[in-house]
Write a protein that binds this ligand. Structure first.
Ligand SMILES: [Zn+2]
Length: 236
């Protein structure tokens, strides 16, 4: 008689209760393998619940049968009681499996929700990076002479009290490596969205001087955010 109860307790200890709490809002998005695992868990839980249902149904049938036999005096009362206890155990096992299935359903729903949210975020960031203007071009008069640069340097020094941060004056090894003709062009190490960067861009625009404002690294064209002054570099 206690054998069934022990088996039931043992079963309870083996149930994966922890899996139901696998995902909370703070945890990272599940990868696709996690989604697959949640699907497989639910599948297993459903199969186990169906098996438990079948067991419970059979145990109940056995109880009915033994009760009928007992009424006709064909079996001992103890046998009926034993079958009843087994039916109860099977019923408890079924209830536990239904609970497991319920948690597995929840875990899968969460995994799907997070995967969808991650996919949505991925789509958004892709759209965003496509629409962000990484380069601003201004052709102006198309001409840029040393006198223009000297005037800009003086104006900048007056405005900010520091020299214009020129990072490349004409051709440099970096431009050689990138295969760009940078002769007669100047790079200024300012982020185009910084205060100084915006001031320089405004100055160039006002004076009709050509520039290209790089907001980030462009493969094979620029090494980082800067303002290129002069006509675009030709590919060598
Ligand atoms: Zn440049």
């Amino acid at each position: 008689m206690p054998k069934g109860r022990c088996a039931f307790l043992g079963l309870l200890l083996l149930l994966p209760w922890g899996s139901a709490r696998a995902h909370t809002a703070e945890e990272p998005m599940p990868s696709v393998p996690e989604l697959r695992r949640a699907e497989a868990n639910l599948e297993n839980a459903r199969a186990a619940r169906r098996a438990a249902e079948e067991d419970a149904r059979r145990a109940q049938e056995r109880v009915e049968r033994l009760r009928a036999l007992y009424a006709r005096g064909l079996v001992a009362r103890r046998e009926v009681e034993w079958a009843e206890l087994e039916a109860q155990t099977a019923q408890a096992r079924l209830a536990a499996q239904q609970e497991v299935e319920h948690w597995a359903e929840q875990a899968l729903a969460h995994a799907r929700e997070y995967a969808e949210r991650a996919a949505h975020r991925e789509r958004l960031s892709r759209r965003f990076s496509q629409t962000v203007v990484r380069i601003a071009r201004f052709s102006g008069s198309g001409r840029f002479a040393f006198g223009d640069l000297a005037a800009l340097m003086r104006a900048y020094q007056r405005r900010f009290g520091t020299p214009l941060p020129i990072s490349a004056f004409g051709q440099t090894p970096t431009h050689d490596r990138l295969g760009l003709d940078h002769r007669g062009r100047v790079d200024v190490a300012l982020h185009p969205e910084s205060e100084q960067g915006r001031w320089v861009i405004e100055y160039l625009t006002r004076h009709g001087l050509p520039y290209i404002a790089f907001r980030e690294e462009i493969p094979y064209s620029a090494t980082g955010a800067h303002i290129h002054i002069g006509p675009p570099s030709l590919r060598k």
